[in-house]
Design a protein around this ligand. Structure first.
Ligand code: CS2
Ligand code: MN
Length: 356
């Protein structure tokens, strides 16, 4: 595996490449062209400029998170052809820039959903949190307002104001889309892009829906072992793979995370590893990465990744806000650096034990 950190670019991130470079064992970043809209074809020179900036700082651009999917593709409207063509152009240019891992998601309307962005924990740190009760009490159109107040001034990816202004239309677009349609549209999209992925050796890594169940009545499919195996098999190409995000699959306590990883051997192209603490099955908050701070056994998760021979990029996911840092919720420097160091420690121990 290659330890990385997500980086939002010098224009948007409070964390610098220099700081990331100084975290022991972190050799790459995961980034994207923020400022591009879903459906646009990316310019090669913009990709190369991002890559150069990262390489000049002594790091590698280890993959893209995300190249977002236009709603026309998820809904399957006739204009999807144009958006898939644009997506293919972007993949070709990424391939030409020697970038081989692309994370994306297939969630309708909302990307990840949380009901609090700064819940206070007993140690005074703040974290993102979710309760089903709060979602049930909320009008989806108000979701954005409730999120926007809390972001420390940052624009959260997936929650761009322009997008949220169209929320009524978006719900309308998805009115007739159920799980089966969403699966069919995903299959159609993957079949169209796989020849390009084969040509440029690009690993597509679908990110799970977060939380891993339907919210606001919208269909959600990338949520459990059965569905993810269906997705892998319906387009049976090694470039059709997953981002294994423990914090997203883990929102459903019925998901056995190490078992899911083992079932995905050869298809895990990217890993997000973080811990959650459950207060009840419908109330969870993001904990420190350390196993004892939350609900998951992080050693078992890392061991499963080791056992399937995982070689892709991995990153700590959302961190807590600690030490008075002011940053985009989930994406400060300090707690993610602690997370990376901890995960590297687990990996070193697993590797050495294995060699004996
Ligand atoms: C990320 C997701 O911050 C997060 O929760 O893991 O937003 C992820 O980047 C996207 O869903 C992938 O397309
Ligand atoms: Mn994730």
């Amino acid at each position: 595996m290659q330890m990385t950190l997500r980086w939002y670019g010098s224009k948007y991130d409070t964390v610098t490449l220099k700081q990331i470079r100084q975290i022991p064992g972190v050799t790459g970043v995961i980034s994207t062209l923020y400022g591009t809209a879903p459906g646009e074809a990316w310019e090669l020179e913009d990709i190369l400029a991002l890559k150069k900036e990262i390489e000049d700082a002594g790091l590698q651009l280890a993959g893209i998170e995300s190249v977002n999917i236009h709603d026309a593709i998820k809904v399957g409207t006739p204009d999807r052809e144009q958006y898939i063509d644009n997506y293919i152009t972007t993949l070709e240019r990424l391939g030409q820039a020697d970038i081989h891992m692309v994370c994306y998601n297939f969630m309708p309307v909302f990307d990840w959903t949380r009901t609090e962005l700064a819940r206070m924990r007993p140690d005074g740190s703040t974290v993102l949190a979710y309760t089903q009760e709060a979602v049930d009490a909320l009008d989806p159109e108000k979701m954005f307002e409730s999120i926007a107040g809390d972001t420390n001034g940052a624009v959260m990816p997936g929650w761009e104001p322009e997008r949220m202004a169209r929320i009524k239309d978006l719900f309308e677009m998805y009115r007739d889309v159920d799980d089966e349609k969403l699966f069919a549209n995903l299959k159609y999209f993957l079949e169209r892009i796989m020849p390009t992925c084969d040509k440029y050796d690009i690993n597509m890594a679908i990110h799970p829906d977060d939380p891993a169940w339907s919210v606001f009545g919208l269909p959600r499919i990338i949520i459990n072992k059965a569905n993810i195996l269906r997705m892998i098999r319906m387009v049976d190409n090694p470039h059709n793979g997953v981002t294994f995000c423990s914090g997203s699959y883990g929102t459903n306590l019925e998901n056995d995370l190490p078992d899911m990883i083992r079932s995905l051997k050869g298809r895990v192209h990217f890993a997000h590893v973080r811990n959650l603490k459950f207060n009840s099955p419908t109330d969870f908050e993001e904990a420190a990465h350390l196993s004892s701070d939350g609900t998951f056994d992080m050693y078992e998760i890392m061991r499963a990744l080791y056992d399937i021979g995982f070689t892709g990029p991995i990153r700590p996911d959302h961190g807590r806000m600690i030490w008075d840092e002011v940053a985009m919720p989930g994406y400060g420097l300090y707690d993610r650096a602690l997370g990376a160091t901890y995960l590297n420690g687990l990996w070193e121990a697993i590797e050495k034990q294995h060699r004996k």
